[in-house]
Design a binder for this molecule. Structure first.
Ligand SMILES: [Zn+2]
Length: 74
């Protein structure tokens, strides 16, 4: 959960972890340094630093490319 305030109208904005994850994905895909969203209240653009968002994400374990140990004995 990431929460911030709109710099324009001070509306409190909460982003769920899922939304933060999506925001980071979009931002990285666009090679931007900040995520841009619109305030639900005043509709003005709000910029959130990518680093700030990333800090809110749970650390995911590195994807293991393990050799298939699943013994498929059929
Ligand atoms: Zn606002």
């Amino acid at each position: 959960m990431y929460s911030t305030k709109c710099p324009h109208c001070h509306q409190l904005i909460n982003l769920k972890t899922e939304e933060v994850r999506e925001a980071v994905k979009q931002t990285e895909a666009a090679r931007q340094k900040h995520y841009e969203m619109h305030c639900p209240k005043c509709r003005k653009p709000i910029k959130i630093q990518l680093q700030q968002l990333k800090r809110k994400l749970p650390i995911e374990p590195a994807p293991e490319t393990s050799t298939s140990e699943e013994s498929s004995t059929s």
